[in-house]
Ligand binder design. Structure first.
Ligand code: ADP
Ligand code: MG
Length: 414
């Protein structure tokens, strides 16, 4: 009895091990939202077969009569017809060699499984049905096989008990593995659902925020329009300007939001130093207007990086605009850019000696819609960060309140 148990347990472990690895793979795939490849299922199934044939311990023909059929059953459960056919041939060859049963009978047996699965069970494909059909066919075939080929000399009553035991083991292990696979997939589905929920929560939160952001300026506009005294030319002019500003701000917000929702990058070879110089030149009027001294320390050479030119420009401009907006009202304001070239990456430091951030702002700086500015949108940093990350890089903020801020943008060198 203990030999039978040992045989069953050891072989079941061989069977389950590749399937367990397959479940880990599935968990990874579903978590990362990647496409599932059936080849890994096939690999697991054929490894199972290989392990039991190569290393399995056999007792009274348990392997060919019971265990070899289980991967086949799983193939049918997972609706994988091609692997099932290949496995059927493996079973036929192995059973013929082990048990001496004629090829014709074996081929017939596995052909019947194939036919029954494809033409009869197809209509009600729940796993317990599939298992019970298999067991029914197996019961019939195995009774013949045992009495004719395997133990022709043994008393038919003993053979009946033997057949019954084999079927019992077959059914039990099948259900065990089915349970294992189903539980595994249930847990993963649950996990996927939780991820979906989290995503939806974030979308809802941003929708709520957008509505809020748009509602505010519109309410302001309405307030001014209500108060407007059309006979008083002065207030009409003043209020119209405010209403225009508010509408302008809303439009900017919506533009920002639109570009936020569809970030896509197309990389090309770009001379990073040239790009920085170009941006510096383009923003000179803005620096001058704000009385900010700039220093862009870019080496006088070329550094080619794979970038989305326009997107990266957007990032640098965003960061520089924030630096300008952080200027202090007294003292000399400065913004400077430094480059550090390392082995595998290049880091662009954009520093300002502006108002800086407290720890709370620093923590939330890359949050969508987080802004401390009266007319801010709070989308600049989050969008920039996303773009840099899409390039395989990283964007980090270092800041001291009252002293200034440093933004470090690192980009991988291909
Ligand atoms: P916005 O500029 O519209 O407020 P951002 O996403 O660009 O939105 O920035 C978010 C917040 O991060 C800003 O409101 C500001 O408080 C802070 N911040 C960003 N850059 C700087 C900086 N260089 N100095 C100080 N604060 C900054
Ligand atoms: Mg900004």
């Amino acid at each position: 009895m203990s030999i039978i148990l040992e045989t069953i347990i050891v072989n079941t472990i061989f069977l389950l091990f590749p399937l367990a690895i397959y479940l880990v793979y599935i968990a990874y795939i579903r978590n990362m939202d990647l496409e599932e490849k059936t080849i890994f299922f096939d690999l697991a199934i054929f490894s199972s077969i290989y392990f039991i044939i190569r290393y399995g311990v056999d007792f009274d023909y348990i392997i060919p009569l019971v265990l070899l059929n289980i991967p086949l059953l799983i193939c049918y459960l997972k609706k994988n017809n091609l692997s099932a056919v290949i496995l059927s041939f493996i079973c036929v060859i192995y059973c013929h060699n082990m048990l001496g049963i004629s090829h014709i009978i074996l081929l017939l047996e596995y052909f019947v499984y194939f036919i029954v699965y494809n033409f009869i069970i197809h209509r009600h494909l729940t796993p317990p049905y599939i298992i019970s059909y298999f067991v029914l066919i197996k019961a019939f075939v195995i009774s013949l096989e045992v009495n004719i080929f395997i133990k022709p000399t043994v008393n038919p009553v003993h053979n009946a008990i033997y057949v019954f035991a084999i079927l019992l083991i077959f059914t039990m292990i099948s259900y065990l593995i089915l349970y294992f696979l189903q539980k595994g997939e249930e847990i993963m589905d649950l996990n996927a659902t939780i991820n979906e929920l989290e995503k939806e929560k974030r979308v809802r939160a941003s929708l709520f925020k957008i509505t809020h952001e748009i509602k505010n300026p519109i309410a302001v506009c309405k307030g001014y329009l209500d108060m407007m005294d059309y006979n008083d030319g002065e207030t009409v002019r003043r209020y119209t300007k405010i209403v225009k500003d508010e509408i302008g701000r809303t439009l900017i917000l919506m533009d920002d939001f639109l570009s936020c929702t569809k970030v896509k990058i197309e990389k090309e070879e770009v001379d990073l130093y040239l790009l920085l110089e170009e941006i510096g030149d383009a923003l000179q009027p803005l620096f001058r207007k704000n009385k900010i001294a700039t220093c862009i320390e870019v080496p006088d050479e070329e550094l080619y990086v794979m970038l989305d030119y326009n997107r990266m420009k957007q990032v640098i401009v965003n960061v520089l605009k924030n630096a300008i907006e952080a200027k202090k009202n007294e003292g000399k304001n400065k913004i400077w850019i430094e480059i550090e070239e390392e082995k595998e990456k290049v880091v662009i430091f954009i520093r300002d000696n502006g108002i800086g951030m407290d720890s709370n702002t620093l923590k939330k700086v890359d949050e969508m819609f987080y802004t401390t500015k009266e007319k801010g949108t709070g989308l600049g940093v989050s969008l920039s960060k996303e773009i840099v990350e899409l390039h395989g890089g990283a964007m980090k903020y270092y800041s001291t309140l009252g002293k200034g801020t440093t933004v470090a943008i690192s980009l991988p060198l291909a």
